[in-house]
Design a protein. Structure first.
Length: 251
């Protein structure tokens, strides 16, 4: 009997270790604090621009600028969809213009006053670290950090390299998907900028939807026991539009 009990215990431990960490564990402080209002700090875009020697260089730089702006807007849209209150772009811009602390200070110093004075429960910081591209793919490296204004602790950290790929025709020209074309036409974008914008939008949705649902959204049954995303990972948007998480070395 003792032997069977030991075997059962071994199987139970093995199952538990395979099952991995739960959202309840990774996001303990979010469940405890239940943040409502999230302010998105201005995007910290560290990606390299080209020295302007030609029209092509200007177009490339403008493409990166537009992608950063679109990333900011779609991050707010996803958080709102996920049940959080997010100040609009105009209100956020006004707040950023009057805030005397640097981004580094907001990330490291005491920020309890943002809750007491403005009702902000957490700040989302997004760093665009760099872009890469080929004739039919676009890659971006991004770091997210959500910081509490109550405890000054880090509620979320994610470092992601995301790549979006497209089929090409027999001349090597990229062939956008239907969703890409809809964005391209509605926002009057060139192919390259549309691909960058679609990439950061999908990335925002994927990363931020891992957060526990906000108070304005209905939590799914068992959400707390879902497996969360790892802190470091890679994301691939395949040529058919499907999304896959990968280990960094697989991308």
């Amino acid at each position: 009997m003792k032997r069977y009990l030991l075997m059962a215990l071994a199987f139970a431990l093995a199952f538990a270790s395979c099952d991995g960490e739960k959202k309840l564990t990774q996001y303990t402080e979010i469940y405890q604090e239940a943040p409502s209002m999230i302010y998105i700090a201005p995007i910290n875009d560290l990606s390299l621009r080209r020295a302007v020697r030609s029209t092509e260089d200007s177009v490339f730089n403008a493409s990166l600028n537009n992608a950063a702006r679109y990333m900011y807007l779609t991050a707010g849209k996803q958080l709102t969809f996920w049940g959080y209150n997010v100040p609009g772009p105009l209100a956020s811009a006004q707040f950023a213009a009057t805030e005397t602390r640097t981004g580094r200070q907001l990330r490291n110093d005491n920020i309890n006053d943002l809750h007491t004075d403005f009702g902000i429960d957490a700040i989302l910081f997004i760093d665009i670290l760099g872009w890469k591209q080929t004739s039919c793919s676009w890659s971006v490296e991004v770091e997210y950090m959500l910081r509490s204004t109550h405890s000054n602790s880090e509620l979320l950290h994610a470092h992601v390299t995301a790549t979006k790929m497209l089929h090409t025709d027999n001349k090597g020209v990229p062939m956008p998907l239907k969703e890409d074309l809809e964005l391209q036409e509605s926002a009057d974008l060139d192919v390259e900028t549309a691909q960058r914008c679609r990439l950061v939008e999908i990335l925002n949705n994927y990363v931020l939807k891992d957060l526990p649902a906000g108070h304005r959204a209905r939590q799914r049954n068992g959400e707390r026991y879902d497996k969360p995303h790892p802190e470091y990972f890679s994301l691939r948007i395949h040529r058919d539009g499907s999304v896959e998480m990968l280990k960094s070395e697989e991308l």
